[in-house]
Design a protein around this ligand. Sequence first.
Ligand code: NAD
Length: 430
Amino acid sequence: MKKVCIIGAGYVGLVTGACLADMKHRVICVDSDLEKVKMLRRGNVPIYEPGLDEIIRRNVKAGRLSFGTSIPQGVASSEIIFIAVSTPPKADGTADLSSVAIVARTVAETMDGYRLIVDKSTVPVKTGEKVAETIKRYNRKNVDFDIASNPEFLREGSAVDDTMHPDRIVIGVSSKRAEKLLKELYAPLKAPVIVTDIKSAEIIKHASNSFLALKISFANALAQICEMSGANVMEVVEGMGLDRRIGRAFLSAGIGYGGSCFPKDVAAFIKISEELGYNFELLKIVEKINREQRGRFVKKIEETLWIVKDKVIGILGLAFKPNTDDMRSAPSLDIIAELQREGATIKAYDPKAMGVARKVLRGVKFCRNAYEVARGCDALVIVTEWDEFKQMSLDRLRALMTHPIIVDGRNILDPEKVKEKGFIYKSIGR
Ligand code: NAD
């Protein structure tokens, strides 16, 4: 059993903390957001993540998981300290590391014996060095410490399962003591552990996300060629993906990647490379394809409707992907803003993101389900590929809509079936 403090109880920190507690470690999750901590202490989970409620409840009850706002308190009771705070993008694309820096300083000021400080936030290469310098500077009691990098690869929507069954665990260390502690911590998972130096671990994270974004942009570029030639991108990626060297995952055409990680991590990786003296042109094109794909999708809606002004457009799906309530950098935000600018009236529904959506969207009529959205709509636009949108009754939708138009940004409906039901149907790359 290890004593662990997780600083930053967001999508990553909270899931990591809950899962480590479930592995029988004793975990305190610390967050500066008092409201979040109050909620957690009352037994409410501030984010939607399948299975997370249950795992938190079980471990709080067993006395292995607790929540607080005080870093010194967390540091006092733990040997391993994880930094899992946000690292949002600055206007120039570089990562804002101010939260990492302040946390490192506070940890250093309160350590009263050996601590292993592990960075789990996604950070540029060489951040470990900066964290080590900061800790050295404020390490008043001059105690021993180690720094490690342990990048996180969980996916929102399946974060608990990903944490309990990871493809690999990457541990970037500079001492045997740190390596041993982290291997013991993760031993219950019986997952492959890759031990590297700290800088390599930092790069593995940015490189992995950038490569996945590259696959998405590749599929979106293929979608263009398929539309222009009359081929079907779904069949093309299926045919490619069965090749084990390529793989089918992240090879789907759509409306481009969004969310709190890919856009920010690709931009940060381009910047880091630039600072190191390398012009990562490949990633610049990945970003460009992604931007253009979003624009082309809005254009497709406009072309289908001819005049957008005063039309009622129903948006199905607001979260950046299914099974989450996260709307950070969600494609729905750009698409809705553009259609509103053109004078459309927007109705919208998402199975889990309505609470978040009400806070971030203005002038949208929120509905309780897809059918309520469809009532009186000139077009339905599928933005997030939730399962429930794959199973909608097309007859019911058609009867409710003013005009039977569906623009499917995720290729989740069968074109033949939709057209048979009398819809005008547009999708991506087919
Ligand atoms: P988040 O915004 O959901 O959570 C971050 C938490 O840190 C928030 O609760 C915030 O209140 C807290 N925080 C910020 N500054 C703090 C401080 N000084 N002291 C204490 N708490 C503080 O973010 P997230 O999605 O969990 O991401 C965290 C990190 O993990 C980021 O670097 C992100 O890039 C990376 N990451 C995210 C994912 C993902 O899917 N969300 C996956 C892998 C890696």
